[in-house]
Write a protein that binds this ligand. Structure first.
Ligand code: ATP
Ligand code: MG
Length: 254
């Protein structure tokens, strides 16, 4: 039971924090994940704690890219498992994507906890656990270089929410189309991915599912045009403009 009153002006953001802390207590989130959440909160503040126009166009492009993919894979870490496990399973089911657990700070117990959480929400197959299909994605030092031969290694599109810059670069170099969620438009991840959704993953994931549902009825040409017309650099610049506008508004009201 949450102790945050619904009338609190920042109730939604505090609930997200509560989810993450509960994920930490349940062994899903690493200590470092709490720090990533803190950085996310600071950027969410700058984003006005809402989904901006730039995020909405990135979500649409991401949905089109996922539907066009032959083998889309969603990479899950502890923070994602704590924040939106239900939505991850739903997105995977709706789009025929595979789910792979891939941790920066690897730890078998934590991996188990993440898998159990995803299973609780109906995930059937979860990759990243079978040592027989484990292989290496070159260009990464951390444990995240271990990927599943039938998952991330073979994927053409990888959805990597809350990713780190090195791995985004390695995935890109391996020829994958990379879709990320990152509240900081200036992070290396944001700047390196093909499609960056600059929004809180807890708000954007449902919108991505909705967009996938809507766009799944469209033909290939229509979807390809959405992807081709999307320019990530331009979209990130638009997001920075949105931050400036949010700050100007706040300063006026202060
Ligand atoms: P990079 O390596 O890409 O330069 P970084 O080192 O600044 O990034 P990491 O710790 O690698 O950051 O990744 C955490 C990122 O996730 C941060 O940019 C943070 O803003 C973002 N983030 C944290 N929580 C959320 C959330 N709920 N939704 C979206 N993004 C988030
Ligand atoms: Mg980093």
């Amino acid at each position: 039971m949450s102790l945050i009153p619904k009338s609190h002006p920042r109730a939604k953001s505090l609930l997200i924090r509560e989810k993450l802390v509960s994920g930490f207590d349940r062994g899903l989130v690493a200590k470092e994940g709490l720090l990533a959440q803190g950085r996310g909160e600071a950027f969410d503040y700058l984003q006005g704690e809402k989904t901006g126009k730039s995020a909405k166009s990135a979500i649409k492009a991401a949905a089109a890219q996922i539907i066009l993919a032959d083998l889309p894979v969603i990479s899950v870490n502890g923070n994602i498992a704590a924040l939106c496990p239900k939505e991850i399973v739903k997105l995977a089911k709706k789009t025929g994507s595979k789910i792979e657990v891939n941790l920066f700070y690897t730890n078998e117990k934590r991996k188990r906890a993440i898998i159990n959480t995803l299973k609780k929400y109906g995930a059937k197959e979860i990759l990243g656990t079978d040592f027989r299909s484990k292989t290496i994605l070159s260009g990464i030092d951390s444990a995240r270089r271990f990927v599943d031969k039938n998952g991330i290694f073979s994927a053409d599109v990888v959805v990597v929410p809350l990713e780190d810059g090195d791995r985004t670069m390695a995935l890109r170099k391996a020829g994958k189309k990379v879709i990320t969620f990152d509240l900081n438009p200036l992070s290396r991840t944001s700047q390196t991915a093909h499609i960056t959704i600059v929004d809180n993953v807890t708000r954007a994931m449902d919108l991505l599912i909705e967009n996938c549902e809507k766009l799944s009825r469209k033909n290939t040409n229509y979807l390809q045009k959405i992807v081709c017309d999307f320019d990530n650099k331009k979209n990130l610049s638009q997001n920075i403009e949105e931050i400036k506008n949010n700050l100007t508004k706040r300063a006026k009201n202060a």
